[in-house]
Design a protein around this ligand. Structure first.
Ligand code: MG
Length: 421
C-alpha cells in the first residue's frame, strides 16, 4: 500500500498538460493532471520525497502534509496547489483501481453518469496554443508538420495588435460559423472569448471599455445566438480584464441574448469589484478558476454574490473541489468547473461532476487538439460523444490510462518523460 515513485511528463498541446504518474508497491499505477505553471515539474519532484513510502490510501492527510510543506511558497493558492492537485488525482486513481470501483463511487456515488460538456470556442479561430506564461507559441510538432504559416495567421488574429498596430475588427460571421460547427458536433453549450484585440480599444491597462467595444461584443454574441437558436447555451469569457463599471455596461448590452453566464468580468483579487458587478448585472456571473480553497469560494459566494462557481479541479484538487461544491450547494449556487485538460484531467473532473448534485456543465477546451482522444487508453471508442462523457461502472479509477506512446510523440522535449530521478 506504499507509494514507490512519482514521475512526470508534459504534453505540449494548446497548453502544457502536466501529467503525474504515481507508482506503488502493489503494482498499481495512477495518473493525474496539474493545471500548467512555470516551474511546475521541478516542484512536483521536490515534493516527492515527502510521499515516498507513504500509504497511498491516506489521501486527505497526504495533501494536508504537502500543503503545509508549501505554506510559505503558496499559502492560499498558486503553483504548489497545481502540483498537489495532480498528485492527489493520481492517488484517487490508484485507490479506485485498488478497490476496483470508478472514481465517482469514492465521492459518494453518481447523481448522473452522463456528464454534460460545454465547448470552449476561443475567439472563433480554431487551435491556438499558449505557454505556461500565457504567451502565444507554436508547438514544435506543429512546425514540423508544415502548418506553421497557418498557425501564425491564427495567432495574429487572436492575440496580435494589442499595443502595437491596430487590431482587425473581429468578424461576427466567423463567430456564427464556429458556433454552428460546434453545435453540429453535439454540444449543447458553447463559450466564446469577447475580450479580444480590436480597433476601438483606447488603453491597454485602464480596464475601461469604449462604447464601441461593448457594441462590438454584443454584436458577436448576437451573431452566435442567431446561429445556434434558443436551444443552445452560450457563455462569454472576459479573463478578469474589466473594471466593475465597464463589466456592468457589458452585461446590460448582452442581456437580450439570454446568456448562461458572463465569466470573470473583474480582477480575481477583488471580491468588492465582483460584488458590484453581481449587484447590477442582469446576466449570471461565473468565476472561480483562479481560486483554490473553500474559504475563498465562501467569500466569492457570500460577499461577492457570484451566481455560478467555476473551480478548476486541476488547481483545487478533487477533494477540495467536492467541498467547494458542497459549500455552493448550501447557497443553491451551481458548479460549472473550468477545465483545459487532456483526457486525464478531464476524466477525473467528469467523475467528480457525477458526484456533485449542483453540477451544471463541465468545460472541454480541446476540440481543436487533433490528438486529444488518442491520448486515452482503455476506453472503447471516443470519450466525448455528442458533447457528453458517459461514465461507466466497469472502468475503475478515472477510467482510462495515458497512452504514453502518443504522449511521447507530443511531449515537451525539455521536460522529463516519466523517468525516475
Ligand atoms: Mg475563463
Amino acid at each position: 500500500m506504499r507509494i514507490r515513485d512519482i514521475q512526470t511528463a508534459v504534453i505540449e498541446a494548446n497548453y502544457d498538460w502536466t501529467i503525474v504518474k504515481v507508482l506503488t508497491d502493489e503494482g498499481i499505477v495512477g495518473y493525474g493532471e496539474c493545471f500548467f505553471a512555470p516551474g511546475l515539474t521541478r516542484l512536483i519532484h521536490e515534493l516527492k520525497p515527502l510521499l515516498l513510502g507513504q500509504d497511498f490510501r491516506d489521501i486527505d492527510r497526504l495533501c494536508r502534509l504537502l500543503r503545509e510543506a508549501g505554506v510559505t511558497a503558496g499559502p492560499v493558492g498558486g503553483t504548489i496547489f497545481h502540483a498537489i492537485a495532480g498528485i492527489e488525482t493520481a492517488l484517487w486513481d490508484i485507490v479506485g483501481k485498488w478497490l476496483n470501483v470508478p472514481l465517482f463511487q469514492l465521492f459518494g456515488g453518481a447523481f448522473r453518469r452522463r456528464i454534460r460538456l460545454y465547448a470552449d470556442c476561443h475567439a472563433a479561430e480554431g487551435l491556438s496554443s499558449l505557454s505556461s506564461l500565457c504567451t502565444p507559441r507554436i508547438p514544435w510538432w506543429m512546425s514540423e508538420t508544415g502548418e506553421t504559416q497557418h498557425f501564425y495567421e491564427i495567432h495574429l488574429k487572436a492575440h496580435g495588435g494589442r499595443g502595437e498596430e491596430a487590431a482587425a475588427l473581429p468578424d461576427p460571421e466567423a463567430y456564427a460559423r464556429r458556433a454552428k460547427q460546434v453545435k453540429a458536433m453535439g454540444y449543447t453549450a458553447l463559450k466564446f472569448d469577447v475580450d479580444i484585440p480590436n480597433p476601438y480599444s483606447r488603453d491597454d491597462f485602464n480596464r475601461c471599455l469604449d462604447n464601441r467595444e461593448i457594441a462590438m461584443m454584443a454584436q458577436l454574441v448576437a451573431a452566435v445566438r442567431e446561429a445556434v437558436g434558443d436551444d443552445t447555451d452560450i457563455a462569454i469569457d472576459c479573463h478578469w480584464r474589466f473594471s466593475a463599471e465597464s463589466a456592468i455596461r457589458l452585461t446590460e448590452a448582452v442581456a437580450p441574448y439570454r446568456l448562461l453566464w458572463v465569466e470573470d468580468p473583474t480582477p480575481p483579487d477583488s471580491v468588492e469589484a465582483l460584488e458590484r458587478v453581481t449587484d447590477y448585472s442582469p446576466v449570471p456571473i461565473a468565476t472561480g478558476e483562479n481560486h483554490y480553497t473553500r474559504q475563498q469560494f465562501h467569500d466569492l459566494i457570500v460577499r461577492g454574490g457570484v451566481h455560478i462557481v467555476a473551480p478548476d479541479f486541476q488547481k483545487t484538487g478533487l477533494l477540495e473541489g467536492k467541498r467547494i461544491a458542497d459549500l455552493a450547494e448550501t447557497f443553491t449556487v451551481p458548479v460549472a468547473p473550468h477545465n483545459i485538460s487532456s483526457p486525464i484531467g478531464t476524466m477525473a473532473s467528469a467523475h467528480l461532476c457525477a458526484a456533485i448534485p449542483n453540477f451544471l456543465v463541465l468545460e472541454h477546451h480541446g476540440i481543436d487538439v487533433p490528438f486529444w482522444e488518442e491520448l486515452a487508453l482503455g476506453w472503447d471508442g471516443p470519450i466525448i460523444r455528442n458533447g457528453f462523457i458517459e461514465l461507466r461502472d466497469d472502468k475503475p479509477g478515472i477510467g482510462i490510462a495515458l497512452n504514453e506512446e502518443v504522449a511521447y510523440r507530443y511531449r515537451r522535449k525539455d521536460e522529463p518523460f516519466f523517468a525516475s530521478d
